[in-house]
Design a protein around this ligand. Structure first.
Ligand code: TK8
Length: 339
């Protein structure tokens, strides 16, 4: 646009007859998509959201713009999900575990020790089983695009170093708002307290709870090391995040616009997994550097915890349905066999 034309538009807008400018502004008005997430901007979630936003802007030639809002400023995972369903917010990324109240099949990802490593998780989540579970969201008013990695979860607390099963006794442990997590930690002897992530730091700081469990990345980016002394390497479950869109909003988009979001979501996923894994490799050392006391479980104690936790598998299978349970187990076995 020439300087002359720019001046002309400005002049027109400034004039009492601003109508032509208004029409022009209307024509180029981009679609603003509010994308909420729970962690800080300086976290794996924040960095991948930025990549997603850049990709959307680029692929749409600026016609679609992501307004990224982190640190649960739009609400906790559960509150944002409701806003998406109602059409008051367009997009979010959050834990699959917090979706179980909406889509019970999501509980399959909460199965303790389901995946041995991230590669197995990628294959199953990006394969037919992952897709099937994701598609279940549609009847509830949500469209799932991709899974991101939250990661293998580990235990932190302020009471004592957990070196054996009995050390879990009476620890007030914040868990995600979902029955599988409540049951898992009750089985281990902890006093499981469901709380939204957005209230977690304060709950730890004020000693409302003694501990929590999350991947190394989150313990680091959410500064839990400031309020937690002990970290026990448990890797008790692999948590995915899932990028979702309000179905009400999705249905208003053209096929091209939907494709822009889908393609950008895939690019953000690939970036996010790499970034998360690179960070996780360094995070444990950093947490030690911040003063956390880290311990591994002996093979015997790890085995005892595993036995205890896998007792809830039967309940998970009943809740998600035996067909999905078996299909998932078969997919994991296949991924494990493939080298
Ligand atoms: C962030 C949460 C978080 C999850 C949790 O909104 O709640 O502990 O691990 O990542 O989704």
């Amino acid at each position: 646009m020439t300087l002359f034309r720019r001046t002309l538009i400005a002049a027109t807008a400034a004039a009492a007859f601003a109508a032509p400018f208004a029409t022009l502004a209307q024509d180029i008005k981009p679609r603003i998509i509010r994308f909420g997430y729970g962690l800080n901007e300086v976290s794996n979630q924040g960095r991948a959201t930025k990549v997603f936003a850049e990709e959307v802007e680029k692929a749409s030639g600026g016609k679609m713009k992501i307004r990224a809002i982190g640190a649960a400023a739009l609400g906790s995972d559960v509150q944002m999900q409701q806003a998406l369903i109602g059409g008051a917010q367009e997009m979010m990324v959050g834990s699959t575990a917090t979706l179980v109240g909406i889509t019970k099949e999501m509980a399959i990802w909460d199965t303790p020790f389901l995946f041995d490593n991230a590669k197995e998780a990628d294959v199953v989540l990006d394969g037919p089983v992952g897709q099937k579970v994701m598609d279940k969201l549609q009847e509830k008013g949500l469209v799932g695009l991709v899974y991101w990695e939250n990661g293998f979860r580990n235990l932190t607390n302020n009471k004592r170093a957990v070196t054996k099963l009995e050390d879990m006794d009476g620890i007030k442990l914040r868990v995600m708002q979902n029955n599988v997590f409540i049951d898992s930690f009750k089985t281990l002897g902890a006093n499981a307290v469901p709380l939204p992530f957005s209230e977690l730091f304060t709950a730890l700081e004020t000693k409302t709870v003694d501990g929590q469990e999350n991947p190394y990345n989150t313990i680091l980016s959410s500064k839990f090391y400031e309020v937690q002394k002990y970290l026990t390497v448990t890797n008790h479950v692999y948590s995915p995040w899932i990028v979702t869109v309000s179905k009400k909003y999705w249905d208003q988009l053209s096929k091209d616009e939907q494709k822009v979001l889908m393609d950008a979501a895939k690019k953000s996923r690939d970036f996010e997994r790499k970034d998360t894994r690179a960070e996780a490799e360094k995070a444990l050392a950093e947490l030690k550097g911040k003063g956390m006391q880290v311990n591994q479980l002996s093979p015997t104690e790890a085995g005892r915890m595993r036995d205890q936790l896998t007792r809830i598998n039967a309940t998970i299978a009943t809740n998600v349905g035996m067909d999905l349970w078996k299909e998932t187990q078969a997919a994991v076995a296949k991924a494990r066999a493939a080298k």
